[in-house]
Design a protein around this ligand. Structure first.
Ligand code: GUN
Ligand code: ZN
Length: 424
């Protein structure tokens, strides 16, 4: 089956943080064959070139690469929007009791299906998610994503201290369970395993060392963790690891710093930490709705991008308050304003697609519309509500037309989603 899609087809030829908005282009049509983008270009030319193709005309809708959420906790789906706590209390009050429920594989399967339905409704085609300490919580997401043909990253969250009974593993079992899950799932269809120490406060040095050794044995895997999210957390880390130079050093010492390392939040960074993260080309993941919701702080997008950091965008559901990458772009814009840097809509859209794909070292497969890329697409109605329609109807440029949807759009703006070349 060959599909020809007509619409305002958005792609990026470069990073708009470096090249400006001209890094984005709009074409009239794209062709999908065998689950991949076969061609992008003018409608008439592609109709002539692919006369047998099934044509879907999306009119003035925006056709983009699907959104990629580079840091989420799918097991926190049910506790999203829990009131009144900051990070450590929030973990103890809401998060850990909910994550305990994933000892039941049936519950894990139920939440997995609900979570993937919610992300699909919001136009998110790929996620990199934490699971819980339970291996079955990884199996649940991997199996469901596989059945849906989705490109997914996840891993067993490892914690061997400062977590309640029933939610702790050990250095050895974290290594063994992670290694077994990696062998079972990594590279199966579109699935990837991610080595996942939750964060330094919930791991002993022995556990971080064991997971560093596992990463060294599987350098093609990503590694995800949290870094410098809240000031109280940083003080806690200093007390737990008195010999460390800074928070990042608690990972660096144990082989958990490198390219393919994903560091969630990364708000309150010391100059040394920024320099080392840049030197090793690690990925920083911006979680703006979470950082305001839990009261963590303001990520320095302008400064970090200008310094050449690899940055992705994420909801951090359920510390984050939304499943929507549109809402997440809006929050990134607002945080940027508070930091004195108005992010351009092209930069916001790039972060939610290419930027996240680059942070996951997967930009050769997903996150853009170009020949050879996997056909994960979202089709966006740029006039999905009366308020958005009236705000965008005088737009002179594509970005003036898109920005009201970034700021006010939700799942009603998501007109269609394609995953692996199939309309969902
Ligand atoms: N730090 C350690 N665990 C978590 C988590 O689940 N959510 C957030 N936002 N920060 C964390
Ligand atoms: Zn997180």
């Amino acid at each position: 089956m060959t599909d020809l899609l007509l619409g305002q087809v958005l792609s990026f030829t470069a990073d708009p943080f470096a090249e400006g908005p001209s890094a984005a282009r709009i074409d009239e049509a794209l062709v999908i064959e065998g689950g991949r983008i076969a061609a992008v270009g003018a409608a008439d030319a592609l109709r002539r070139q692919y006369p047998q193709a099934r044509v879907t005309d999306y009119g003035r809708h925006l056709v983009s690469a699907g959104f990629i959420d580079a840091h989420v906790h799918y097991p926190q789906t049910a506790i999203i929007a829990s009131w009144g706590k900051r990070l450590i209390d929030w973990l103890n009050t809401y998060t850990f009791p909910e994550e305990m429920r994933f000892a039941d594989p049936a519950y894990a399967a139920e939440v997995t299906a609900r979570y993937l339905d919610l992300t699909l409704a919001n136009g998110t085609t790929s996620v990199c998610s934490y699971a819980t300490i339970h291996p079955a919580s990884v199996d649940a997401l991997m199996a469901e994503a596989r059945a849906r043909g989705q490109r997914i990253w996840t891993g067993k969250t490892c914690m061997d201290r400062n977590a309640p009974d029933g939610l702790r593993d050990t250095a050895q079992s974290a290594y063994d369970d992670s290694a077994a899950l990696l062998a079972k799932w990594h590279g199966v269809d579109r699935l990837s395993y991610v080595i996942t120490p939750r964060f330094s406060p919930t791991s002993t040095a022995e556990q971080l060392e064991a997971l560093g050794a596992l990463w060294a044995a599987h350098p093609d895997c990503l590694m995800q963790t949290h870094l410098s999210e809240q000031l109280d957390e940083i003080e806690w880390v200093k007390g737990l690891y008195p010999q460390a130079r800074d928070y990042l050093d608690t990972y660096e010492q144990f082989g958990l710093l490198g390219r393919g390392g994903l560091y969630g939040h990364a708000i309150h960074l010391e100059p040394r930490e920024k320099d080392r993260l840049r030197e090793v080309d690690a990925s920083l993941i911006h979680c703006p709705t979470s950082n305001t919701f839990i009261g963590s702080g303001l990520f320095d997008m302008g400064g970090l991008k200008a310094a050449g950091h690899r940055v992705g965008l994420a909801t951090d559901t359920g510390g984050g308050s939304s499943f929507s990458m549109l809402r997440t772009m809006a929050a990134a814009y607002e945080v940027g304003q508070l930091k004195g840097r108005a992010l351009h809509p092209a930069e916001l859209w790039w972060l939610a697609t290419q930027g996240s794909a680059r942070s996951l070292l997967a930009d050769d497969r997903i996150g853009n519309i170009a020949p050879g890329m996997e056909a994960d697409l979202v089709v966006i109605d740029l006039a999905s509500t009366p308020a958005i329609a009236q705000a965008s109807h005088r737009a002179g440029t594509i970005w003036e037309a898109v920005f009201p949807t970034i700021m006010m759009g939700d799942d009603r703006a998501v007109h269609a989603v394609w995953i692996g070349g199939a309309r969902r």
